[in-house]
Ligand binder design. Structure first.
Ligand code: HEC
Length: 224
């Protein structure tokens, strides 16, 4: 029936193109419709979490850690549910990474706690004796840049319609209100959970200075 097609290179090429284009569309179209949307229940990052994400980028955790669990049994056994594209809807940029010197961190909030992170970041060998991860003591004294994180939230709300509440809006006054009413209580909760005695992080937060480690832990706890 299709002998004539096999003998005619031009129409054969057109036929191949049509078939592949059709198959391609069937693969690609559902992504536009469904999978690229935020998964149900996904909330945008809080301002404190955004500040922690900055610390994660600045201190280059991505050099050793991925945030992408592949759909292989070995990975889902270890880390849990494999990652879905809709989970990264508010990640700008995404931090998938391509190197795993350490474990994947996409669900680390499910099995590590604030006090574990505090001890681990201060001195990894204190909780994992054979660890080769560097210590990040400076995060306990460096102050997190909350104002820039707030500006980022304001920007993505405006540019990408990220669903933040009405309290995220431009202006110094709005920032100071949000800092006092939302960011500080969130930071204080984590500082207390850290139960850390080498640096008085609770006092720092109470004085309005949020150390980087508190923001970073807020971000790590959110990864689940
Ligand atoms: C030089 C490579 C390297 C860098 C850079 C690095 N890590 Fe690690 N990380 C490791 C290794 C190796 C382990 C496994 C041993 C351990 O738990 O300490 C690990 C473990 C972890 C764990 C425990 C995960 C689990 O499932 O037990 C967390 C959380 C973590 N790292 C966070 C970070 C953060 C946050 C940063 C950036 C501030 C960072 N790491 C930077 C190598 C690294």
């Amino acid at each position: 029936m299709f002998h004539w097609l096999e003998k005619n290179p031009f129409f054969f090429a057109v036929g191949v193109f049509v078939v592949i284009a059709y198959a391609g569309l069937i693969e690609i179209l559902p992504n536009f419709a469904e999978a690229a949307r935020p998964v149900k229940g996904l909330k945008p990052y809080s301002v404190l979490e955004l500040a922690g994400k900055e610390v994660y980028k600045k201190d280059n955790c991505i050099a050793c850690h991925s945030q992408l669990i592949r759909p292989f049994k070995s990975e889902t056994d270890r880390y849990g549910q494999y990652s879905l594209s809709g989970e990264y809807a508010y990640d700008r940029p995404f931090l998938w990474g391509s190197k795993r010197t350490g474990p994947d961190l996409h669900r680390v909030g499910n099995y590590r706690t604030s006090d574990w992170h505090a001890n681990h970041m201060w001195d990894p060998t204190s909780v994992v004796p054979e660890s080769i991860m560097p210590a990040y003591k400076h995060q306990f004294t460096n102050i997190a840049d909350i104002e820039t994180a707030y500006a980022e939230a304001v920007t993505v709300k405006k540019v990408f319609n990220t669903p933040y509440g009405d309290d995220i809006k431009p202006g110094k006054e709005a920032y100071e209100k949000h800092f006092k009413e939302v960011v500080l209580p969130e930071a204080l909760k984590i500082a207390k959970e850290m139960k850390f005695d080498k640096v008085d992080v609770v006092k720092m937060v109470e004085e309005g200075k949020i150390p980087e480690i508190v923001a970073l832990i807020a971000y790590l706890n959110r990864l689940k």
